[in-house]
Ligand binder design. Sequence first.
Ligand SMILES: Nc1ncnc2c1ncn2[C@@H]1O[C@H](COP(=O)(O)OP(=O)(O)OP(=O)(O)O)[C@@H](O)[C@H]1O
Length: 277
Amino acid sequence: MKRLLWMKEDVSMANNTQAQTSNQQQKSTVFDVTDLNLWYGEDQALYDINMNIKQNEVTAIIGPSGCGKSTYLKTLNRMVETVPIVRISGSIKYKDSEIFDDKYKKEDLRTKVGMVFQKPNPFPKSVYDNVAYGPRIHGIRDKKTLDQIVEKSLRDAAIWDEVKDRLNENAYGLSGGQQQRLCIARCLAIEPDVILMDEPTSALDPISTLKVEELVQELKKKYSIIIVTHNMQQAARISDKTAFFLNGEMVEFTETDTLFSTPSDKRTEDYITGRFG
Ligand SMILES: Nc1ncnc2c1ncn2[C@@H]1O[C@H](COP(=O)(O)OP(=O)(O)OP(=O)(O)O)[C@@H](O)[C@H]1O
């Protein structure tokens, strides 16, 4: 029960955020996932996932190693299909469009659904060119427009002040935490609706972690964020809703406050109180 207590403090922070958001209008759905199953060859990794993910919320995915968190996240922007043996059944609607429909282009989906990875992965290019990369691919060539996009993206990723005098320096010269916020800026530059984050702070020190967590709270005003994390305190601090995955099943998905204080499934309770995982 000790672990439930520390979580309650974190949850009270999350509650404030929830109180603010509850005043807002009814949020619309960004992803509607129905009966999603996924296999790697013969091995099933996801079982009958049903989940409705709302706009302008932070949705955390927690669960022990190997339970399918990353697989699920990568299914939402169809990146998982880069693995040739993957087979999927079920439906994922992104804003009413079926993402598995032949007519729906993966490139269009990935423009709307950006992704930030566990390890910061900037390109071996300047800070400026990292952020301008996506817009250039989308055909933007005008220097003034690119300058504006780069500055806005870096500002929104809360790193502008740290890099504004280093725009032409190689991104590899930045600290790990700065590199991760640069990668977030690179993701913002293509103006996504949703940002998928796969353990974005696991390679960062506590101060950089805090900066990214604060940033996530800021970003949810404009974007919907789905974050995989091993860190339950982090999920409790920053998310509105939390899903607990186990062995490829989604055991429980509810308000973060409820999941950490009064979980409805015994398996969730065992996990959050440290009985396994
Ligand atoms: N490319 C792949 N080919 C075959 N099996 C895979 C592949 N990627 C993942 N798996 C399997 O799918 C299951 C879920 O893996 P996944 O990486 O989604 O879990 P996870 O919860 O994100 O784990 P972790 O917390 O350790 O990152 C595991 O059994 C894993 O071995």
